[in-house]
Design a protein. Structure first.
Length: 201
């Protein structure tokens, strides 16, 4: 009986993973709101199984976001705060921009979902969580440049740095402005250097 139960749990986990992977693949292909039929077809499962493994779209959405972040997590290796300032800036720009480019379909999906629908609140929560995490990382990474500043100035600088190196800014540079990856990366790096007084070279 125990082996049978383990087998069922394993099959369920594989099915859930297949559904999440199917959703991620569709998002990367530009399908911002995949339907249950599209997910089932891509995952090789029945439409009914989508709602068997996930009680609603909100639960599915949370699982897909987690799977997407895990898929792209290796691109976002932490930058050491012990490095020289210019090297910290360069590594932050390289890693964040690579991550943002890879997760661009998810950013568009978050935007589309947040506008309405069953998973809109989850989309907004995920967006807020990601931005808070990026803000905290900037504060950690440039803590020495923040010392000696007034509380107000420190807060403004943190917000400016976080805004310069976040997904919405990257989307603006790449999709709205149409900049190439090297040029967009250059804009982000130049902005961070200007804010931190690290020179414009």
């Amino acid at each position: 009986m125990e082996e049978l139960l383990d087998g069922r749990l394993s099959r369920a986990a594989r099915s859930r993973a297949a559904i999440c992977d199917a959703c991620l693949d569709l998002l990367q292909e530009g399908v911002l709101r995949p339907s249950a039929d599209q997910l089932a077809d891509r995952a090789g499962l029945s439409r009914r199984s989508i709602f068997y493994h996930f009680k609603d779209l909100a639960e599915l959405y949370d699982a897909v976001v987690e799977a997407g972040l895990q898929r792209c997590a290796p691109l976002l290796e932490e930058v050491s705060a012990e490095l020289p300032l210019e090297l910290r800036i360069r590594q932050l720009v390289e890693r964040r921009c690579s991550f943002f480019e890879a997760t661009s379909p998810f950013t568009w999906a978050l935007t589309a979902q947040s506008l309405g629908g069953e998973a809109s609140e989850q989309a907004r929560r995920v967006s807020r969580s990601a931005l808070e995490s990026q803000r905290a990382d900037v504060e950690r990474l440039f803590g020495d440049q923040l010392q000696g500043r007034s509380r107000g100035e420190r807060g403004e600088l943190i917000e400016a740095l976080a805004s310069a190196a976040n997904a919405p800014t990257w989307e603006y540079l790449r999709r709205t402005r149409g900049l190439s990856i090297p040029r967009a990366r250059g804009v982000v790096g130049r902005t961070l250097k200007a804010l931190l007084g690290a020179g414009a070279g």
